[in-house]
Design a protein around this ligand. Structure first.
Ligand code: FAD
Ligand code: 2HG
Ligand code: ZN
Length: 476
């Protein structure tokens, strides 16, 4: 028996014979969602209980084997894909999928890391509560992946990102010990906050096995509208108006370039924009949603009054308010289809940046012009969560620029866009994380002091550097 075979046999003794995958059965877990990274692995292991995770970690650490945690594999930065060495074990969390407790009096729910986000939303709904994290991949991404990337999505404006939705964690460290931190407390200043350290650490500091998350009341009514806008400056003005008019009822404010919406309707002809005539060719669209705790009528009157003012004063050229839940879903479906349509059109260069909302119009005017000057004919596919100052400033393929041109120009395009973001005090990763895709970008834009502290933390918690090596920080 070779050393690898012996190791695989020991992994099988921990998780069960059928839950160690090798060869062809492991293949689906070796490539990231976008197909930008392909790795190799010794095996894919599927533990069912936190103690099995701890035992796998201890075995791997004893044999100097890297561990790559993976949930739904929907991440957009290659964080869940191993390197090419073939030494790593992929630790798949999908069998850690129990809802352990729902405490309606405390408005909390304790779920295991492999639970699918949509399942968690549905379980919350079944007890009359809302779990508000919402994103296009919710049918397949896991709570562990959401935590490890500190996922954002479309409800951040009102409810915050995954970190703000989390009260407690259970984590297996590189020493194979389980930290039982599943506290449902809204106030806890007893020492350093380990929870906030693990959230967003992309599997490089520990493996999250469960979390206690916050629940909210279900809104009584929701209103959704799509607006055709003449410019980004108007979108920013509309956002201010919506914040002032709706207050905390404003639960979503998404911005989409006309080019994105036309790409979606080209890729999926059964999807239609809700506008006819010139509004259908608008340069920008916004998708707004409010949630109301009073009544449908109260929500609608307020919604239509504010949107009517926006059209009257020229912030929007046209507005369509959904008349039913089906229509509301259709509007959201248009928005959520951008990433899928973009994937079908070839690999674009994705940016996931955040800026002060007051600087977004200036950033777009300046950066669009610089990109065009350097790469004439390049196509911007900008969209994002304007309410959070988060833009997916994606640069797409076009007749002139093939997929391999785009990938070949990635470093230069990143530098141009991220330099502009940095000069305006923004972040190069708002919600998708660093993974392996943006490791060199992190070094470029974080201060020496920040990198030094991150490395000290990494060395303290994972001295052999076996937890998701090569992600977030390249060298320690
Ligand atoms: P994976 O892809 O499996 O892993 C992501 C990272 O987390 C990796 O580094 C992995 O090693 C680590 N990890 C996974 N599980 C654990 C664990 N239990 N413990 C420790 N580390 C772990 N993201 C947003 O923020 N907002 C969006 O609006 C959004 N929309 C998306 C739409 C589409 C169509 C797609 C494909 C992706 C989208 N994403 C979005 C990105 C992605 O879905 C999220 O980042 C999601 O949170 C990843 O979850 P996952 O289970 O798929 O994680
Ligand atoms: C979204 O907001 C996701 O839809 C994906 O964060 C962004 O595809 C992207 O670039
Ligand atoms: Zn997003």
């Amino acid at each position: 028996m070779t050393t690898n075979e012996a190791l695989i046999a020991r992994l099988a003794r921990i998780v069960g014979e059928g839950h160690v995958l090798t060869g062809a059965t492991a293949a689906p877990y070796l490539t990231d969602w976008r197909g930008r990274f392909i790795g190799k692995a010794l095996a894919v292991v599927r533990p069912e209980f936190p103690q099995q995770v701890a035992d796998v970690v201890r075995l791997c650490v004893d044999h100097n084997i890297p561990i790559v945690p993976q949930g739904g594999n929907t991440g957009l930065c290659g964080g869940a894909t191993p390197d090419q060495s073939g030494r790593a074990v992929i630790l798949l969390t999908t069998r850690l999928n129990r809802v352990r407790e729902i405490d309606t009096a405390n408005d909390t729910m304790t779920v295991e890391a492999g639970c699918i986000l949509q399942t968690v939303q549905e379980r919350a709904q079944s007890v009359g509560r809302l779990f508000p994290l919402s994103l296009g991949a919710e049918g397949s991404c896991t709570i562990g992946g959401n935590l490890s990337t500190n996922a954002g999505g479309t409800g951040v404006l009102r409810y915050g990102n995954m970190r703000e939705l989390t009260l407690g964690l259970e984590v297996v460290g590189a020493d194979g010990q389980i930290w039982h931190g599943l506290r449902g407390l809204r106030k806890d200043n007893a020492g350093y906050d380990l929870r906030d350290l693990y959230v967003g650490s992309e599997g490089t500091l520990g493996i999250i096995t469960a979390a206690t998350i916050k629940l909210f009341p279900q809104p009584v009514a929701r209103c959704t509208a799509m607006l055709a806008l003449p410019g980004v400056d108007k979108a920013v003005a509309l956002l201010s108006r919506a914040r002032a008019g709706f207050g905390a009822a404003l639960t979503g404010f998404e911005l989409m370039a006309g080019a994105c919406m036309r790409m979606v309707t080209r890729s999926y002809p059964h999807l239609r924009l809700p506008f006819e005539g010139p509004s259908a060719d608008a340069p920008w669209f916004a998708l707004l949603e409010i949630s109301d705790s009073e009544s449908e009528q109260h929500a609608r009157e307020r919604f239509e009054a504010v949107l009517g003012e926006a059209v009257e004063c020229g912030e929007a050229d046209d507005a369509v308010v959904a008349e039913s839940i089906t229509q509301s879903r259709a509007l959201w479906h248009l928005r959520e289809s951008i990433t899928l349509a973009e994937a079908e059109s070839g690999k674009s260069i994705k940016h996931d940046v955040s800026l002060a909302i007051s600087r977004i119009a200036e950033f777009l005017a300046q950066t669009d012009a610089q990109l065009q000057e350097r790469f004439p004919g390049i196509v911007n596919m900008t969209f994002g969560h304007l309410g959070d100052g988060n833009l997916h400033y994606n640069v797409g393929t076009s007749g002139r620029f093939t997929e391999s041109d785009m990938v070949g120009h990635q470093a230069e395009i990143y530098a141009l866009v991220h330099d502009a973001v940095s000069a305006m005090g923004g972040s190069i990763s708002a919600e998708h994380g660093i993974g392996q895709l943006k490791v060199s970008e992190l070094i470029r834009y974080k201060s020496d002091q920040e990198i030094k502290v991150m490395m000290l933390l990494k060395k303290a918690l994972d001295p052999q550097c076996l937890l998701n090596p090569g992600k977030v920080l390249a060298a320690y």
